[in-house]
Design a protein around this ligand. Structure first.
Ligand SMILES: C[S@@+](CC[C@H](N)C(=O)[O-])C[C@H]1O[C@@H](n2cnc3c(N)ncnc32)[C@H](O)[C@@H]1O
Length: 482
């Protein structure tokens, strides 16, 4: 007998209703795909007149010609007809009109009653104002398996071939500058309307399950944990790569007295961060935010005794990942510590995870193509010469964080629409609602990894006193910077 599905009730997160815990379809088989890609051209070559006179080169030509369409067809069919992982949660089976309203007549004719709408078709229609949620976006998204199907569509393939793959291959400096600035320099008010006063754009940490800690508490918990893992002292030179709006830099300099250099491509972030440092009573010669590409970080080999990088590595791209880690290795002192937080997806994916990931890549973080599994990240880290000291997997903490971002965003709806228009409001409300769910259910997660150089001479024993995980309490009085 299998165990029943467990519904949680803690005030720390947005708990899923039972229907929100339904598993999706993850059917996929590499061997079947390979057999089709190699077998179908063989069959065509044997049976098609004229072609059947050709030799091995004709077969290879057919593999090249048919490989892509076969792959697309396989993904499409498996996403449509594959089985759910399990059926422990029964879906209510209501008409889709109970959940959503399709205002576009063509869509309404196609998807109605029990005929569910592909998630990509729905979200694009929602962004264009052609579809609506019949209620709170997050509540309706919790019930998505009853009204949406997680299938691959032509639009998704188009994005994979003409958006994602070229980005992965090229990932140039100018591309980074354009995409990263396009995102982060939209306007500080835009970000404040969901990030709140902390202006921290990464997962916080839950430390109290008995109450709903505020967003600011979650972020202070996270920043304190990271500073403790780094074991900061006034003698340290800390580098924060992808420092955002500078909250961690200000916090570390103020509370630990270390020298801090924050690096970001965002121009607005640079000004905001330097102002935040000043407001924290720290002088520019002690802590500063520099606006530059991470490829140009100042300082020679071993210049920084501590390095932190929170959710910037996703922007580095798969192609440059190894050289980025190698650069961190070179910049770090031989006795130093590096804490890297990076988001990723689960290797045992369901189609929903991939469809959500493509939405994120197209609409939220263009160019951020390195959301890989924990295993992949660790392989890269070790290949760069690091030894991993500690890993905290923080997906559910991200859900708690994004849920608070979601509530902030909907409370600022009128202001967002007045300044940035309805479409941006809609894209972000969908992103925050869906990501509250995906990070809670394991589709996506975030890993906080503490590491150091794997050298014989590394003084490992000194790292025992701060072998910290998420419940660490700072060893000193700390004061807030936001
Ligand atoms: C998700 S934000 C995280 C910000 C910050 N670490 C935090 O905790 O709030 C990613 C940051 O990486 C920065 N970034 C991305 N690509 C970069 C690059 N090539 N060089 C410098 N900064 C980069 C962005 O400007 C942004 O500040």
């Amino acid at each position: 007998m299998s165990t029943p599905v467990k519904v949680t009730t803690t005030p720390a997160i947005k708990n899923a209703p039972l229907v929100g815990l339904a598993e999706g379809n993850g059917s996929f088989n590499n061997l079947h795909l390979a057999a089709l890609v190699l077998g179908v051209p063989w069959f065509v070559k044997r049976t098609l007149p004229l072609v059947n006179r050709g030799g091995f080169k004709t077969y290879l030509f057919l593999v090249l010609l048919l490989g892509l369409p076969i792959t697309i067809a396989y993904w499409t069919v498996m996403s449509m007809y594959g089985q759910r992982k399990n059926e422990k949660v029964q879906l209510p089976g209501k008409d889709i009109e109970e959940y959503i309203t399709l205002k576009d007549p063509e869509l309404r004719a196609q998807y109605k009653g029990k005929e569910k709408i592909p998630m990509q078709v729905f979200h694009d229609a929602f962004f264009d104002g052609k579809a609506e949620f019949n209620g709170d976006v997050l509540d309706i998204m919790e019930q998505r398996h009853d009204w949406a199907k997680m299938v691959f569509t032509p639009e998704l393939f188009k994005h994979v071939f003409f958006g994602l793959i070229p980005d992965v291959i090229f990932h140039t400096r100018s591309q980074d500058e354009e995409q990263v600035r396009g995102h982060y320099d939209r306007g500080d008010d835009y970000y404040e309307w969901f990030l709140g006063p902390s202006m921290v754009y990464t997962s916080g940490i839950v430390q109290d399950l008995s109450r709903e800690e505020t967003l600011e508490e979650l972020q202070t918990n996270k920043i304190s944990v990271v500073c403790e893992k780094l074991g900061l002292t006034p003698e340290d030179r800390l580098l924060d790569v992808g420092c955002g709006w500078g909250s961690l830099a200000a916090f570390a300099a103020k509370n630990y007295g270390c020298d801090v250099t924050g690096i970001t491509l965002g121009k607005n972030q640079t000004k905001f961060g330097n102002d935040r440092i000043k407001a924290a009573g720290v002088t520019h010669d002690k802590a500063r935010i520099l606006c530059m590409d991470a490829r140009e970080i100042p300082g020679g080999p071993g210049h920084y005794t501590k390095i932190v990088s929170l959710e910037m590595a996703e922007h580095v791209g798969i192609r440059r990942y190894a050289s980025f880690l190698r650069q961190m290795y070179d910049l770090l002192d031989d006795n130093g510590v590096f804490v890297m937080q990076v988001a990723g997806i689960r290797p045992s994916w369901q189609y929903e995870d991939l469809i959500w990931g493509l939405f994120m890549n197209k609409y939220i973080f263009p160019g951020a193509d390195a959301s890989c599994s924990l295993g992949w990240v660790i392989k890269q880290v070790e290949a760069a010469g690091f030894e991993v000291k500690n890993i905290d997997v923080l997906g559910v903490h991200y859900s708690a964080t994004i849920f608070r971002w979601y509530k902030n965003w909907i409370s600022n709806k009128d202001k967002v629409i007045a300044k940035y228009g309805e479409r941006w409001y809609r894209i972000w409300v969908f992103f925050l609602a869906y990501s509250t769910i995906t990070s809670r259910q394991g589709s996506a997660s975030v890993f906080q990894i503490t590491m150091h150089k794997n050298l014989n001479a590394y003084p490992r024993i000194e790292g025992v006193k701060n072998h910290a995980s998420i419940l660490v309490k700072p060893q000193r009085e700390i004061s807030a910077v936001f």
